[in-house]
Design a protein around this ligand. Structure first.
Ligand SMILES: C[S@@+](CC[C@H](N)C(=O)[O-])C[C@H]1O[C@@H](n2cnc3c(N)ncnc32)[C@H](O)[C@@H]1O
Length: 272
């Protein structure tokens, strides 16, 4: 049975309160489909009583809300999603940070999903720094999705996933295995994955560059602002913030400068 529009609104309200996720009318079919799957998992078939259960439990960290939140994550990603970011990493971030005396650069991939963004950053670093890259660059991918993180750690990708990896990089950095491709040890050596909810305090130290792409767009304004505040606070002075093209956040201004290049835009925390 389809939910009534009032039931759908109740569902959106409870999820938004609990998670900060945004559900404009365009995302209601997605919300309905994912909620249906969780209802089936919970053995429920009546929207009204299921919603009452959900409303009663919200805020108590219960399994139902957690399952729903997990089901509502969008893990879509690909290798080298924003080529301009990689050009900026090669032309600005790596040379300028190393010239400024950094000995080991820490890069954070926020909402890393199944790992393609983090491995792409590692490939760009290796292309620029050669065999020194694992000593000079460390990439940390964080996500809330357990299954996505497990896939990121496995580092095995199908032919469709690697379609956006330049053929030369595919040969250099992946081991073919039947129809699949496994990230080689030299790539894995640069990348770590950790489960972390970016809405919570980041106790992960300071970073030289943070990539936050296609994560904030799913949240309401106060949650976006909170995430951005945490990320800017986690940047070292002189560090760089990369945002997805549809992130929908207000880019940082205080203590930041905007660097425009033909390949794109990056926000740099003013060096000391
Ligand atoms: C659409 S994917 C983006 C992947 C990659 N950054 C890219 O641009 O291709 C969004 C990822 O953000 C993750 N995510 C959503 N909310 C999060 C949160 N609060 N903390 C950490 N990761 C989150 C999701 O699990 C999902 O894997």
């Amino acid at each position: 049975m389809a939910p009534t529009s009032a039931e759908l609104q109740r569902l959106a309200t409870v999820i938004t309160r609990r998670t900060g996720m945004a559900f404009p009318s365009s995302r209601m079919p997605f919300l309905t489909a994912r909620a249906r799957a969780v209802m089936a998992w919970a053995g429920a078939d009546n929207w009204d009583s299921w919603l009452s259960e959900l409303e009663a439990s919200a805020g108590n960290d219960d399994r139902l809300c957690e399952a729903l939140e997990e089901a509502l994550q969008v893990h879509e990603t690909c290798f080298f999603r924003y080529p301009g970011h990689h050009a900026l990493l090669s032309d600005v971030v790596l040379p300028d940070s190393l010239a400024a005396g950094a000995t080991r650069l820490r890069i954070l991939s926020v909402g890393c999903s199944t790992g393609q963004e983090a491995y792409s950053l590692a490939m760009t670093a290796r292309e620029n720094l050669g065999g020194d890259a694992p000593r000079q660059v460390e990439i940390l991918g964080v996500d809330v999705g357990r299954a996505a993180l497990a896939a990121a750690r496995r580092g095995i990708y199908g032919p469709l996933s690697v379609a956006t990896v330049p053929p030369l990089y595919l040969e250099r950095y992946f081991e073919p295995d039947g129809a699949a491709f496994t990230a080689r040890p030299e790539l894995r050596a640069m990348v770590r994955f950790l489960r972390h909810d970016i809405r919570r305090e980041l106790y992960l130290g300071k970073f030289d560059a943070i990539f936050c792409c296609n994560v904030c767009l799913y949240f309401m304004r106060p949650t976006k602002d909170q995430i951005l505040a945490r990320l800017t606070a986690a940047l070292r002075r002189g560090g760089y913030l990369f945002l997805g093209h549809a992130e929908g956040v207000t880019p940082p201004v205080d203590n930041f400068r905007t660097i425009h290049r033909p390949s794109g835009v990056v926000f740099q925390r003013i060096p000391a």
